[in-house]
Design a protein around this ligand. Structure first.
Ligand SMILES: Cc1cc2nc3c(=O)[nH]c(=O)nc-3n(C[C@H](O)[C@H](O)[C@H](O)COP(=O)(O)OP(=O)(O)OC[C@H]3O[C@@H](n4cnc5c(N)ncnc54)[C@H](O)[C@@H]3O)c2cc1C
Length: 405
């Protein structure tokens, strides 16, 4: 039986932050990181399109799910502290105008290297290729897989999104066996499925700044940002941020919600109508397929005209009357798309849902149910939007858990 003071189950963002902080605060601890994959940090390599959006400088104001619980960790190990944490490992960062922080090298691999070098420097044991399937409480600690003993345990095995990167939901089962409750889990930050007959003709078209309102019987969520039409539905950050509320709605009421798209939130309906009325003078001789090319990608403009039942290949812009143009303006501000589901956990960046926050002490990350068990990262029912907010939570909760208070 191998014996450690601390074992960290899950060797990615939260787990590595926990192990490093624990060892820095208490160098005499014998620590092992137990990871099921052949190497630690695999998911990090895929983050931020390979650039790793490490954190976001505005994380303190972000609307995390269960923000009340998450705030202590996020304030204690705030984005500036995370930037310092990486600087202490020799990794410098920069931020963009939205507060998104990236490594100066623009390479996620640099982030993973920095963490791995630090593990080596601190003599933290990494036990890879070792899926944890069983954790039992024993006298003075825990027994993992029947052959590893530890006095304290950090469970940082992630959620169940993006399973090829390691987090397949097995952490939830381990937590349940230790007495915890796991809330409903749904894929978050993942593209949406819609009606392909509507979206496919617009495949590949982006709208830079749309406002999306997800509606069931009432408004469920609202986002703003880029959207991208795909063969199966809708992608882009603003659409992906609607995935969790959409899936929860479908699971609970068994009806599909709709997203109302305002393609041009910076123009009022009246400004839009004036613009459209003026187009007759500018290009009245053109076909209706060119009506909206001055403000939207052509295929999106055609879809808007079709949704108004105005589209025909022969029709000219000059043939549209004021009533037609009012319908077009109305549709640009209110384009309705049925959401039939999401692209699922396999394609999701994050899992929404997880270990119930009421069962964890938010000031220490220690379980209120099982002494000497600490939880960190995506395994907990906390998640945020795109932009570095989820890694911020992973680092912050991991470092707080690593205090072992
Ligand atoms: C494609 C993609 C891009 C992303 N980009 C960003 C981004 O740019 N910025 C951002 O903030 N967030 C991003 N995220 C989200 C972010 O990566 C996660 O929120 C974060 O990694 C969660 O950290 P974690 O340590 O809690 O869980 P994970 O990173 O999922 O790590 C869990 C670890 O535990 C291991 N493990 C799981 N089960 C077991 C077991 N039973 N035994 C042993 N080991 C186990 C896994 O192999 C894994 O290494 C992205 C996610 C994806 C999928």
């Amino acid at each position: 039986m191998r014996k450690y003071d601390l074992a960290v189950v899950g060797g990615c963002s939260a787990g590595l932050a926990a192990a490093i902080n624990a060892k820095r605060l208490n160098p005499s601890l014998d620590i092992a990181v137990i990871e099921k994959l052949p190497r630690t940090g695999k998911k990090l390599l895929a983050t931020g399109n390979g650039k790793c959006n490490i954190t976001n400088l505005y994380a303190l104001d972000h609307g995390y799910v269960n923000k009340g619980f998450a705030s202590f960790a996020i304030n204690t190990y705030n984005p500036n502290k995370i930037v310092e944490f990486f600087a202490s490992m020799g990794l410098l960062t920069y931020s963009d105008s939205c507060g998104r922080v990236y490594p100066e090298s623009n390479m996620a691999a640099s982030v993973v290297d920095a963490l791995r070098f630090e593990l080596d420097k601190l003599n933290i044991n990494t036990v890879c290729d070792t899926p944890v399937t069983d954790i039992k409480k024993s006298d003075g600690g825990f027994i993992i897989n029947g052959n590893i003993f530890c006095k304290k345990l950090v469970l940082a095995a992630g959620g169940k999104s993006s399973a090829p990167q390691g987090s397949d939901g097995s952490g939830f089962e381990l937590a349940k066996k230790l007495g915890h409750t796991v809330t409903e889990t749904v894929p978050a930050l993942v593209p949406l499925n819609s009606k392909p007959e509507i979206t496919k003709p617009m495949k590949g078209m982006r709208v830079r700044n749309a406002v999306l309102t997800l509606k069931g019987e009432k408004n469920l969520a609202k986002t703003q940002g880029e959207i991208l039409f795909t063969e199966y539905g809708l992608s882009g950050i603003a659409a992906m941020e609607l995935a969790a509320p959409a899936q929860k709605y479908i699971n609970s009421v068994k009806y599909n919600p709709f997203t109302m798209i305002d393609f041009l939130p910076d123009m009022s309906y009246n400004e839009l109508l004036d613009y459209l009325k003026n187009l007759n003078k500018i290009k009245g001789f053109c076909g209706i397929d060119n009506l909206l090319t001055g403000i939207l990608p052509k295929a999106v403009g055609i879809a808007v005209c079709k949704a108004c039942n105005l589209y025909s290949a022969e029709r000219l812009i000059s043939e549209l009357n004021d009533k037609d143009l009012r319908r077009v303006a109305e549709k640009i501000k209110n384009f309705s798309l049925e959401i039939t589901g999401t692209r699922g956990f396999l394609n999701a960046q994050v899992t929404s849902g997880g270990i119930k926050t009421e069962e964890i002490n938010e000031k220490t990350m220690e379980s209120k149910i099982c002494k000497n068990l600490y939880l960190a990262g995506e395994i907990i029912d906390v998640d945020g939007g795109c932009g570095g907010f989820n890694l911020q939570w992973a680092w912050a909760s991991g470092m707080l858990a690593g205090e072992l208070k």
